[in-house]
Design a protein around this ligand. Structure first.
Ligand SMILES: *Cc1c(COP(=O)(O)O)cnc(C)c1O
Ligand SMILES: [Zn+2]
Length: 483
């Protein structure tokens, strides 16, 4: 029997492949974008063909056995070591409890409210920094450790621009990984939630802010990377994309490697996550680990929808153009010029070539639908962030458009924990949205704390009478019956 704790012996030979000009570079250096043309990279394993010598069936057995591993490096995303970044040794791998996030089936009541739709959430908010970004960071930081060990790299300054969650994850992993790695994060002032701001501060990172939006921060850190010695950890960094593929691997494994009739909904911001998820499914398909691809639905808000706009056109008329974003409750996806767009195009084409037209789609939803999607999910036992709510809104939209049927199972990516984005729930309940969001709260959905007794009444009562008075008031409010 295979040893579930044994670290894999297979080693790949990873290279960067430029989607702009086709150039290839080896991975002894950390490349962020193509030095020739500035294009984005994918990482490919030159030895990938050797993995075909193992059958799909055998791979499934290997990964299923490893699912019970107590060897730290194999407990997270590197359960799927051979499919991801198989250059590192076990001692390079950083494990902070990421990955292996639960898929939670919706309650019959939620299903009924959605016209009998079968659906589940995959709770990526149950990662250590409470978003899926940890998957990519675990891979990127493990690679930095590998570079430090094999190339003697020293004094690495890891930098990122962020809509909040990238910086939380980067700062967390930097604070753990190595004293040779320091981290600095650049945020758009006032455009990340208080929780997201507190995270990198708590991890001890240098936190820098500028007025503007994410896209402005991105330009600044790219200028830094072009001219100074820094390791950029934004999702242009191809090592992050690799780590995020683990979402697809886990999802397939959960459904016993059978993805027939499954549709995966993903919120799209910088488009790194949807890229990684498609790449992961294609890799498993390529090796016969899965024999059917799920359908992929990207979801975008009408306030930040360049990818939707591109795919809304007939294939021959498609032309990519960035958009000016407007305020969005799906703030982590509020990006007008997604850096991974070329990657999406590359993988979407491959997806459609195998699984046919309609296997990759992008739907657009309103801000109102996004926030109400989150509220609806969470009133039925989920812990979805606004971006997860965006997925729910996307599912409803896809149903309306006839793109999906009730008996297909939709798996919605709740990309972060609800608590990171709870301010948007509060604004809904308190009816305090600035006009630019275009959200009109429905009073019947608001839920506010009710004061049982006021402070003035408390003053006038003895301690015992006070307890009884509070209890009586509660009895009345809840209509309780005597025992
Ligand atoms: C980053 C992020 C997104 C957007 O993912 P991309 O890879 O940028 O498309 C969505 N939701 C949350 C919670 C995020 O942190
Ligand atoms: Zn290039």
């Amino acid at each position: 029997m295979a040893d579930k704790n044994a670290f894999p012996t297979y080693r790949g030979d990873m290279e960067y492949f430029c989607l702009g000009c086709g150039a290839r570079y080896d991975t002894t250096e950390l490349h962020y974008t193509c030095p020739d043309c500035g294009g984005v990279f994918l990482l490919q394993d030159k030895n990938f063909d050797a993995l075909r010598e193992t059958s799909g069936e055998e791979w499934r057995e290997i990964f299923d056995t490893r699912a019970g591993s107590k060897n730290d490096p194999l407990r997270g995303i590197f359960r799927f070591y051979e499919l991801m970044a198989p250059v590192m040794d076990d001692k390079d791998i950083v494990f902070l409890g990421e990955g292996n996030t639960p898929i939670v089936q919706s309650s019959p009541q939620l299903s009924a409210e959605l016209d009998g739709q079968k659906l589940a959430f995959k709770n990526d908010g149950q990662n250590p920094s409470a978003s899926f970004k940890d998957r990519g960071m675990a891979c990127a930081f493990s690679f930095l450790n590998y570079l430090i060990r094999t190339q003697g790299a020293d004094d690495i300054l890891a930098v990122c621009a962020s809509t909040g969650d990238t910086s939380a994850a980067a700062a967390l992993y930097a604070s753990y990984a190595s004293d040779k790695i320091k981290s600095a994060v650049l945020l758009p002032q006032g455009k990340v939630t208080p929780q997201q701001l507190a995270q990198p501060l708590g991890s001890g990172a240098t936190v820098l802010e500028i007025p503007g939006v994410f896209d402005d921060c991105m330009k600044v850190v790219e200028h830094l990377a072009d001219n100074y010695q820094v390791a950029l950890l934004n999702s242009k960094n191809a090592w992050r994309i690799l780590g995020q593929e683990s979402y697809a691997f886990e999802l397939a494994q959960w459904y016993d490697w059978d993805l027939e009739g499954k549709a995966v909904f993903v919120p799209v911001g910088n488009a790194g996550n949807i890229t990684a998820i498609m790449s992961g499914f294609l890799k498993m398909y390529d090796l016969g680990i899965i024999t059917a691809l799920p359908r992929i639905f990207g979801v975008q808000s009408h306030h930040a929808d360049p990818v939707y706009r591109y795919y809304a056109e007939a294939p021959k008329k498609r032309k990519y153009a960035p958009v000016e974003v407007e305020p969005s409750v799906a703030q982590a996806a509020m990006i007008g010029n997604p850096v991974s767009f070329p990657r999406v195009r590359y993988f979407a084409e491959k997806f459609e070539a195998i699984a046919g037209e309609g296997s990759f789609q992008v739907v657009q939803v309103s801000e109102q639908d996004i926030i109400e999607g989150m509220l609806l999910a969470n009133r039925h036992g989920h812990i979805s962030c606004t971006q997860g709510g965006e997925c729910l809104a996307g599912l409803v939209k896809a149903r309306q458009l006839g793109l999906i049927s009730a008996d297909e199972t939709a798996i919605l990516d709740a990309t972060a924990h609800m608590l990171k984005f709870i301010g948007f729930q509060n604004m809904y309940y308190e009816n305090t949205y600035p006009a630019e969001y275009g959200i009109t709260p429905k009073p019947e959905l608001a839920n506010m704390p009710e004061l049982v007794i006021d402070a003035e009444s408390k003053e006038k009562l003895s301690a015992q009478d006070y307890t009884v008075a509070c209890a009586s008031s509660i009895v009345e409010k809840l209509g309780l019956k005597h025992r």
